[in-house]
Ligand binder design. Structure first.
Ligand code: NAD
Ligand code: DAU
Length: 343
């Protein structure tokens, strides 16, 4: 029997990779996918070109906050994998309204529709490690309290908790994943890795926030998709699963690797700029649960994954150049100011 999966936010960076993988040659044979995506600045229909003609693929342009649309779609699907979100921390600092609307109200709209159509529907909610806050030493297990700092993280924490509440209160089969920083191809060039690569390929400087000592754990999108599939197919209802990549780097270390890959020099290419407001120092998830329970292990070595990513941006200017011009002419102004010299 074919499982009908509704993938929200499937035209974005991670969602589109998930859909391309599910409907690709190595994907499961028993699934059909409908993407529901509003096509905000971050959603790009081109990301789905590879699967557009697949007989099991359908696309609906729409808003997860549209209760009538969502109700109709939930009636026709067996599972939901919910990626749709406003995803960029800097934008949430400039204004949190869209973050609360999509990440909280949109999630609630989907959950209520799932509940109305009941049955054995499962709902995989894609959350983030940022809901835990910031940690100087050690790693968060799933049982740690949520202490989000940015408006983005707070809106994701609200969505995460309202999803879990629908399991505890109503028995809905909700599974939550909290993953670390993803990287790979088709990543919108506002996030640090694609922004720095595309700047360097254009011979521009890269803006390093603060002292460059903030730490992120990098997870390749292939490994994230692997983790989500384990949770969708074998995870337990009401459970939270951390998904990490196992490569922690300071932003300075990451920048040095990107400069090397793009053939650029530190002194002429790096510009220290004022720090992000409320900048989380370090994220680190403990992945023992998904490893021990579901057999998850990140497979992509970071050096290989980063080299492949740089090559993809080198060879796919037609994908990112229009997005960069849109970014520069948008109402979102850069959240930083230039500083001279190192901190
Ligand atoms: P993205 O910004 O690239 O894509 C988001 C997608 O959601 C876009 O296609 C956009 O058009 C769509 N969307 C936004 N608002 C919508 C609405 N109201 N209705 C329907 N569609 C809407 O994001 P991403 O980086 O692919 O992240 C996907 C999910 O993973 C998000 O929930 C994010 O919080 C989470 N996450 C991302 C990362 C990461 O490193 N990128 C890490 C952890 C968790
Ligand atoms: O940890 C998971 C999160 O990772 C996801 O939930 C978010 O959706 C995703 O955007 C990402 O959030 P970050 O804030 O960690 O990612 P970003 O790429 O914006 O920044 C990564 C680090 O790089 C962070 O310490 C800030 C720094 N940075 C970022 C930009 C855009 C810079 O130094 N300069 C920059 O220009």
């Amino acid at each position: 029997m074919t499982i009908r999966i509704l993938v929200t936010g499937g035209a974005g960076f991670i969602g589109s990779h998930y859909v391309r993988t599910l409907l690709g040659p190595a994907g499961p044979a028993d699934v059909a996918v409908t993407v529901l995506d509003k096509l905000t600045y971050a959603g790009n229909p081109v990301n789905l070109d590879e699967v557009r003609d697949h007989p099991g693929f359908a696309f609906v342009q729409g808003d997860i906050c549209d209760a009538v649309l969502v109700d109709g779609l939930l009636a026709e699907h067996d599972q939901v994998v919910h990626f749709a979100a406003e995803s960029h921390v800097d934008r949430s600092i400039l204004g949190a309204g869209e973050f609360v609307r999509t990440n909280v109200l949109g999630t609630q709209t989907l959950l209520e529709a799932a509940l109305r159509h009941g049955g054995s529907k499962s709902f995989v909610h894609i959350s983030t490690d940022e809901v835990y806050g910031s940690i100087d030493f050690g790693s968060w297990p799933e049982t740690d309290p949520l202490r989000p700092n940015s408006p983005y993280a707070a809106s994701k924490a609200a969505g995460d908790l309202i999803a879990l509440a629908h399991h505890r209160t109503h028995g809905l089969d909700v599974r939550v994943t909290r993953c670390s920083n993803n990287y790979g191809h088709h990543h919108f060039p506002e996030k640090v890795i694609p922004l720095f690569i595309t700047n360097l390929l254009d011979g521009r400087k890269v803006p390093l926030y603060g002292d460059g000592g903030n730490v992120r754990d990098w997870l390749h999108i292939d490994d994230h998709v692997q983790g989500i599939e384990l949770v969708r197919t074998r995870g337990r209802a009401g459970e939270v699963y951390n998904i990490g990549g196992g490569t922690e780097l300071t932003n300075k270390e990451l920048t040095a690797l990107l400069l090397e890959a793009c053939g650029a020099e530190w002194d002429s290419s790096v510009e220290y700029v004022t720090d992000r407001k409320g900048h989380d120092r370090r994220y680190s998830v403990d992945c023992a649960k998904i490893r021990d329970e579901l057999g998850y292990e990140p497979r992509k070595d970071f050096a290989t994954g980063l080299a492949e990513t740089v090559t993809w941006y080198r060879e796919n200017r037609a994908w990112w150049e229009p997005l960069r011009s849109a970014r520069h002419s948008s109402a979102v102004s850069p959240p930083f100011e230039r500083r001279t010299g190192a901190p």
